[in-house]
Design a protein around this ligand. Structure first.
Ligand SMILES: Cc1ncc(COP(=O)(O)O)c(C=O)c1O
Length: 466
C-alpha cells in the first residue's frame, strides 16, 4: 500500500468549516480518481500537523467520508479508500492533477441555461451565411438596432406573445443586463441616483447591474405570484422605476394575476413610476397560457418590456430587445443614440434572417417539447415526496425545490462532490431571510443527466447530515 500525497488547500476566510473543506477536497480527489484503492491516507495526526489544524478536524472529515462510504478504516493499517462501483477509478497513469474544483463531467443545473441545439440547426447556419454575404456593410450599425431585426422582433412578439408592437418602438440591446444599464443611464439624466424597486427574491444579476450603473435599490418581499397592489399602496417612498417579472416570477415561478397587473399600472400612472417588465421566458409555457403582458394593457403609465434571446436562443449571443412606449420610450431612444449600440450588426442580421425564415419559432417549438419532457421527469422523480415542495413548473427552464432540512447549502456542497451543480435558493434573496431550497435548471442537460442528478439530489434531501 502506498501512502497518498494530499495537497489540500484550506481557506480560513471561507464560510465553510475546516472539516467541510478537508472532506470536500478529499471527496473530489476520490471522485476524480486521483486517490485510488491501493492508497492509504496519512495518519490523522500527521495530516493535521501538515495542515496546521487540530487532529479532531481531520478525524471528523475522515469519519464523514467513512459514513458516506468513501473510506474504510484498516485498523492498524490506517484509513484507505473503499472500493465502490460508483466511484470513478481511473488508472493512475491517466490521473488528473489534484484540484479542489468540481469533477469536470459535472452535471450543471445552473438555471437559465437553454438547450444548446440552435447552433446545430441548419437554418441557423444558413441565417449566418446570408448575414455574412450581405453587400456593402461598412458602416456602424444603427444605435437602436437594424431595421430588419427591429421588424423581426415585432413580428415575433405578435406571433409568440400576441403583442401588437410597432418596429419603431423596439430597441435592440445586448441582453437584459445591457437594457438595465441603459434604463439606469436614462434615469440618471433626471436624477443622480435613481431609486428602483425590485422583487425579493429576484434576479441577482439585475440587482448587481443596476447598482453598478448607479441606481439605489429597494426591495419588496414577494411570494411566487409576485407583487400585490396592497404592498405598493403601503410604500412610504415612491421609486423612480419598478422591475417586475409578472409572467414568471424569478425564481419562484408563479405569475401576477391580471387584477394585480392593472393595479400596478394604476399605481405607476398615479405616481409617475416607470414599469420595467422583465419578460424573459414567456415563450416556454408548459401548463397554462401566458397572461397578456403588462406592456399590452391599456394605461397612461410608461412601461418598458425587456426581452432577451438568452432563453429562446442562447445567452452566448448577448442579444435582446426593449419594447418602449410613452415619454420614457423617447428618452430611452435618445440615451441609446447618445451611447451607441454594443450589438454587432452581423449578429443582428443573422438573428433577423433566422426569425424571418421561421427558424426561431421552429426552435422554440422543439425546445418547448424538450423542456416539457424534462419537467415531467422532474415531477415523476420528486413530485410524490411529501417532504419537499416543487414549484415554478408552469413554464420556463427551471424548477424550485423547497424542503425543511438539511440546509440547502449542505445539499449543494454534497451534490457538487458527487458531480451535480445545483444552486441554493438563498442566493436570490436580498433583504429577507431566505427559504431553504434549490433552483434546478433543466434547459441544458440531457434527460439522462437530469435523471442521474435528480437521483443524487433526492438521496440528499431530507437526510440528516453530519
Ligand atoms: C429573470 C431574468 N431576466 C433576464 C434574463 C436574461 O438576461 P440576459 O438577457 O442579460 O442574458 C435572465 C437570465 O438568466 C433572467 O433570469
Amino acid at each position: 500500500m502506498r501512502e497518498a500525497e494530499l495537497p489540500i488547500e484550506l481557506d480560513r476566510n471561507s464560510p465553510n468549516s475546516l472539516t467541510a473543506q478537508v472532506a470536500s477536497q478529499l471527496r473530489v480527489a476520490i471522485l476524480n480518481g486521483v486517490l485510488q484503492p491501493e492508497h492509504t491516507l496519512p495518519a490523522t495526526r500527521r495530516l493535521a500537523a501538515e495542515l496546521g489544524i487540530s487532529r479532531g478536524v481531520v478525524v471528523r472529515a475522515f469519519e464523514q467520508l467513512s459514513g458516506e462510504g468513501f473510506l474504510v478504516s484498516n485498523g492498524a493499517g490506517g484509513t484507505k479508500l473503499a472500493v465502490r462501483p460508483d466511484i470513478n477509478n481511473r488508472p493512475l497513469d491517466d490521473r488528473k492533477p489534484f484540484s479542489a474544483a468540481p469533477p469536470v463531467d459535472v452535471i450543471d443545473l445552473t438555471p437559465g441555461r437553454p438547450s444548446g441545439s440552435p447552433f446545430q440547426d441548419r437554418q441557423w447556419r444558413s441565417a449566418w451565411k446570408l448575414a455574412v454575404t450581405e453587400q456593402g456593410k461598412v458602416q456602424l450599425p444603427p444605435a437602436l438596432g437594424t431595421t430588419a431585426l427591429r421588424e423581426a422582433v415585432a413580428d415575433h412578439l405578435a406571433l409568440s406573445r400576441g403583442l401588437a408592437v410597432d418596429a419603431e418602438d423596439v430597441i435592440i440591446t445586448g441582453g437584459t443586463s445591457d437594457a438595465l444599464q441603459l434604463v439606469v443611464a436614462m434615469l440618471r439624466n433626471q436624477t443622480a441616483q435613481p431609486r428602483i424597486l425590485v422583487e425579493d427574491p429576484g434576479y441577482p444579476t439585475a440587482r448587481r447591474v443596476m447598482t453598478a450603473a448607479g441606481a439605489r435599490l429597494a426591495t419588496v418581499p414577494v411570494d411566487e405570484n409576485g407583487l400585490k397592489t396592497t404592498q405598493l399602496a403601503a410604500l412610504t417612498e415612491i421609486p423612480d422605476a419598478i422591475l417586475v417579472t409578472p409572467s414568471h416570477q424569478y425564481p419562484l415561478g408563479g405569475r401576477m394575476a391580471v387584477q394585480e397587473r392593472l393595479g400596478l399600472l394604476n399605481w405607476a400612472d398615479q405616481h409617475g413610476v416607470l414599469v420595467l417588465e422583465d419578460d424573459y421566458d414567456s415563450e416556454f409555457r408548459h401548463s397554462r397560457m401566458p397572461l397578456p403582458a403588462v406592456a399590452s394593457l391599456p394605461s397612461g403609465a410608461d412601461v418598458v418590456l425587456l426581452g432577451t434571446f438568452s432563453k429562446n436562443l442562447s445567452p452566448w449571443l448577448r442579444c435582446g430587445y426593449l419594447v418602449v412606449r410613452g415619454d420614457a420610450g423617447q428618452r430611452l431612444k435618445a440615451t441609446r443614440e447618445a451611447l451607441d449600440t454594443p450589438v454587432a450588426g452581423l449578429l443582428q442580421s443573422a438573428i433577423a434572417h433566422y426569425i424571418q425564415e421561421g427558424g426561431l419559432s421552429r426552435h422554440i417549438t422543439r425546445a418547448r417539447r424538450e423542456y416539457a419532457h424534462r419537467r415531467s421527469l422532474l415531477i415523476n422523480r420528486l413530485g410524490s415526496r411529501s417532504d419537499l415542495k416543487l414549484s415554478a413548473l408552469d413554464g420556463g427552464l427551471h424548477a424550485v425545490v423547497r424542503f425543511n432540512h438539511p440546509e440547502a447549502t449542505d445539499v449543494a456542497a454534497k451534490a457538487l462532490a458527487l458531480g451535480v451543480l445545483a444552486i441554493p435558493l438563498a442566493g436570490y434573496y436580498a433583504d429577507r431571510p431566505p427559504e431553504n431550497g434549490l433552483v434546478v435548471g433543466y434547459g441544458a442537460v440531457t434527460d439522462l443527466q437530469l435523471a442521474k442528478a435528480l437521483t443524487i439530489l433526492s438521496g440528499l434531501i431530507g437526510v440528516t447530515m453530519p
